[in-house]
Design a protein around this ligand. Sequence first.
Ligand code: TRP
Length: 335
Amino acid sequence: METEKKKSILSGIQPTGVFTLGNYLGAIRNWKSMQDEFDCAYFVADLHSLTVRQDPADLKKRSLDAYRMLLASGLDPEKNLMFIQSHVPAHAELGWILSCYSLFGELSRMTQFKDKSAKHEDNINAGLFDYPALMAADILLYQADLVPVGADQTQHLEFTRDVANRFNGLYGDVFKIPEGYYGKTGARVMSLQDPTKKMSKSDTNQNAFISILDDPKVIVNKFKRAVTDSETEVAFREGKDGINNLMGIYSAVTGKSMDEITQEFAGKGYGDFKIAVGEAVVEELRPIQEEYARLLTEKDYVEACYKKGAETAAYVAGKTLSKVKKKVGLLPPAK
Ligand code: TRP
């Protein structure tokens, strides 16, 4: 029987701390559901993290934690290509080459660059500026068909397509032009303290976000403290940002519709609802937390996974990189 070739998907996640419920419901949980349908590659984007100053020991720890977290979330390293970006030198190499095909003007227009330079005024480094070229390299090296990205990264994906088209225009079809993947959109999880803002692990208020590894009691308490409004009905309505967010989370975790949720909590107050959301989230995260704890004792296994991941990635990426080098006229090394 002839099997159709699966489409390939690639995405990266920066090791900026323990993942939040937002990362999980918005991205990682969907990655898990895609592992049979697509050829998937996921990596820890540690090189991208260097664009803002990092504590070396901390970065190293967070990169390992992030990789372990991907495994604990149910991504199967046999089905998905899972690696650490800096273990595959082709990323930095193609990143450099592509930066020579990226224009100052277009990089200057990137909103992430503008935001981050405003935030890190004392360290507006060339890497921060060149970030999109490295991200383009990440994607193009694997000839990915699809890239699931959040709204904050669509401009970078657009840039990737522009650079790829420019390069192909000069040298012939070298790169596959990737598309955004917006298939099953994950829940957009907002801050529990300011539901108009996205939930973020860098929030200074610990009550604003749920970390995937938060203790069950902490999780329930954070939900109890979640900011809502002065009404009492659990209903999804314009202006009820806090309740809408909690309903979105509850719906994502239980599969219930907004109407079903409203019925379930009819006549009950926000207090009961918040506890129910907290408890549902605890149950959702329990298997991940248990698997994470187990993997902490399986150091060799985790290491073997990212070793194999890097080897396979280097092989796949190497093919594209060799083609690129040949096209632009770099002398091949002597055999
Ligand atoms: N820039 C992405 C983010 O911060 C992470 C990332 C790096 C990425 N390289 C990528 C995502 C390639 C998708 C594809 O979220």
